[in-house]
Design a binder for this molecule. Structure first.
Ligand code: URA
Length: 196
């Protein structure tokens, strides 16, 4: 049985392995009319404990980059492709991404953001429905069909990538800066930024 309250999922048992491994369903946070929506992969241990996406070490990296780009965490929407923590932090399986897909679609439709930022390879591939070489494609802006319409998507590294490889920090910070510029820019700036 699945119950939802707006974009929130209150009960779901579609993925038996995730029902076993999760403590709770982790829904997206942030304003329901946010201009900017970040989409990660799936909750980790901290997120599963606190019931909020990106609150662990990856969340700190994201928060710092947002602050440096002049954005507050409270002003953006943050969600995941999959709402339940996979066992031992493995990647979500294709069937789990498929099972959770309509929840993300419904959330995007509800929030209707100006820009979606995918954090890492898994959400980029899910949103674009193709293989993505994320270290090569990070920073690019593409259009993708999501939540009932074509939407602007900025591909970004996962914040955890900067923890394993500090040389990726600049690329991550640049992408968040670009996201900030894209949603804050005037219409003439938007036309110029459209070249990204
Ligand atoms: N990594 C993700 O992809 N999502 C989270 O919520 C936390 C870590």
């Amino acid at each position: 049985m699945v119950e939802t309250d707006g974009p929130d999922v209150c009960a779901c048992e579609r993925c038996p392995a995730l029902v076993e491994s999760r403590s709770r369903i982790v829904n997206g946070v942030g304003p329901a009319d946010a201009a900017l929506c970040f989409v990660g992969e799936a909750p980790g241990a901290n997120e599963d404990e606190e019931g909020e996406p990106f609150v662990g070490r990856s969340g700190s990296v994201l928060d710092d980059a947002l602050r440096d780009a002049g954005l507050a965490r409270a002003d953006v929407r943050i969600t995941n492709c999959v709402r339940c923590r996979p066992p031992e932090n493995r990647d979500p399986r294709a069937e789990e991404l498929d099972s959770c897909a309509d929840f993300l679609d419904r959330e995007i439709e509800h929030v209707d953001p100006d820009l979606i930022v995918t954090l890492g390879k898994v959400p980029a591939q899910r949103v674009l429905d193709r293989d993505v070489a994320i270290t090569k494609e990070a920073g690019s802006v593409v259009d993708a069909r999501l939540g009932g319409e074509s939407r602007r998507v900025l591909l970004c590294l996962h914040p955890a990538a900067t923890l394993y490889d500090r040389s990726q920090r600049e690329s991550f910070a640049d992408a968040i800066g670009k996201a900030s510029a894209l949603v804050g820019a005037s219409e003439s700036d938007q036309a110029r930024l459209g070249d990204y």
